[in-house]
Design a binder for this molecule. Structure first.
Ligand code: NAD
Length: 459
């Protein structure tokens, strides 16, 4: 990879030659950025922004300068209490900085409907993409092209082919991308993966991962469309997805149960649980070779929701290790079973057999996985995993190096989940070549690796 200084030199001269505003990050100009803060723009001020926004605001060296959402402000998200959109988002940022600086008021955060205006701001160093999955690839591509570093929520992509394009865009434009599965920045999750990676449970036999049950019920066949609410730019919400009649359950939060915008809990929670598997197995640039349906269930045809109501698929790695991913009550977790013991990481934390593994040290001769916050490896500061995941991103933006969950890792984990979905949708075994990123000998299944995009959006 090009050294940072060389890269900056090239970027400056390229920009100058093209006569366009410089794409050199704002923080590079020391005098103009006295505190060397990374200037951040948020795209998507819905449910997950409630987690990601505080994690960025609380960093000592970031400044949130813009928020963007196609929704001005409304209820109707995951919980009835949530009142979200760009206006409440802007208010929250301005109130935070007013309080922090002791000023009577603060108005430094801009609010936008169209994300391209955020990308056009030369003082924005990085963007945080927290919109439905059908937008991730287009926004990442345009952000990378505009010279922005990117924190993109999981699942990284809507399809395998979109993920490949995201990898290409990030690498071509030499940007930093952190995938937003924050468990990679949890010291216990990392320890679980290091135990497996170092053979502490003997030869790995089987892995079982959990995804959550659907937490919304679909409007059934014959559902009635409703008028688009005022202050909501529905066309820009749909973006590259097909035109569709409006229903509130199509958009806010519940988009994740409709295949046009997401992969359901298979990709939603699957990216967390299966992402740990990929990490533990050293598979960030690869994946399993076979996928098979294991009793998945789907909504009645004609329902608004189209993703699986019950997930069950089996995958096999070339090593012979089996992965079983299914819907369970615990909803998130990965259990690794070996010849000499097991390791289990879930919402409850880490459990092992034998028990002593939990606190055993990984020696200097063994394999160590990347640390999110090297100055506080065991999280003595007691920060949330989201804060630490963002901390890692910000430090990597400043140092221009890859974070703990770079674009390839996010892409391959999402691919695993997409392939599980394809096997479940077709109810048959599919074979996967992780090197060529091709489905072998099944044209119908291979068609599901990509989706057309509605014009003018494209990759
Ligand atoms: N890391 C995690 O644990 C975690 C948890 C929840 C959600 N997520 C991810 O975050 C993303 C968003 O999920 P959510 O639950 O916040 O959904 P949400 O529907 O609550 O919020 C998404 C917001 O994006 C806005 N939006 C849509 N298109 C836009 C566009 N073109 N420009 C600007 N804003 C646009 C919507 O109006 C909405 O306010 C998803 O990819 C989801 O998988 C991650």
């Amino acid at each position: 990879m090009m050294k940072r200084r060389e890269f900056l030199k090239t970027a400056v001269s390229t920009a100058a030659a093209l006569g366009v505003p410089s794409i050199v990050p704002h923080r590079v100009f020391g005098a103009k950025a006295p505190s060397n803060r990374v200037h951040v723009g948020f795209i998507g001020m819905g449910n997950q922004s409630q987690v990601d926004l505080p994690a960025f605001l609380e960093q000592p060296d970031t400044q949130v300068v813009a928020v963007c959402d196609v929704n001005t402000a409304s209820h109707g998200y995951l919980s009835p209490k949530q009142f979200l959109g760009r206006q409440p988002g802007q208010d929250a940022v301005n109130a935070y900085y007013a309080k922090q600086t002791g000023a009577a008021s603060y108005r430094g955060c801009g609010a936008y409907n169209d994300f391209r205006e955020v990308l056009g701001r030369s003082d924005v160093d990085a963007v945080v993409i927290i919109v439905p999955d059908h937008w991730h690839a287009v926004m990442t591509g345009l952000a990378a092209q505009a010279g922005k570093d990117i924190y993109c929520e999981k699942p990284l992509s809507l399809t395998v082919r979109q993920g490949q394009e995201m990898v290409r865009a990030v690498r071509r434009h030499q940007r930093i991308l952190q995938t937003g599965s924050m468990f990679r920045s949890d010291p216990l999750a990392r320890h679980a993966c290091e135990l497996v990676r170092n053979g502490r449970i003997g030869k790995l036999k089987r892995i079982v991962t959990d995804v959550a049950e659907n937490n919304a019920v679909s409007p059934g066949p014959g559902w009635t469309p409703t008028p688009v609410p005022e202050g909501f730019d529905y066309n820009l919400w749909l973006g590259p997805a097909p035109t569709a009649l409006y229903h509130p359950y199509r958009c806010f939060y519940r988009f994740r149960f409709i295949l046009d915008y997401s992969g359901g809990q298979t990709t939603n929670f699957g990216c967390h649980s299966n992402g740990l598997v990929q990490w533990a197995l050293g598979m960030d640039g690869s994946g399993p070779v076979e996928f098979e349906d294991q009793g998945s269930q789907w909504p009645v045809p004609g329902s608004l929701f189209t993703t699986a109501t019950k997930i069950g698929f089996r995958a096999r790695y070339a090593s012979g290790v089996e992965l079983l991913c299914r819907t369970t009550e615990r909803g998130f977790g990965a259990r690794f079973e070996g010849t000499d013991g097991w390791v289990d990481f879930s919402w409850k934390g880490l459990e092992t057999f034998p028990k002593s593994l939990k606190t055993s040290k990984i020696s200097s001769q063994e394999k160590h996985l990347p640390l999110a916050v090297p100055e506080d490896p065991e999280n003595k500061a007691n920060q949330s995993r989201s804060y630490n995941h963002v901390r890692n991103f910000v430090q990597c933006v400043k140092a221009h190096r890859d974070p703990v969950e770079p674009v390839e890792a996010g892409h391959r984990t999402a691919s695993l989940c997409h392939l599980g979905n394809i096997a479940m949708r077709l109810h048959r075994k599919i074979r996967w070549d992780p090197k060529q990123e091709q489905i072998v000998g099944d044209d119908e299944a291979a068609k599901l690796l990509s989706r057309p995009m509605r014009a003018p959006w494209h990759l």
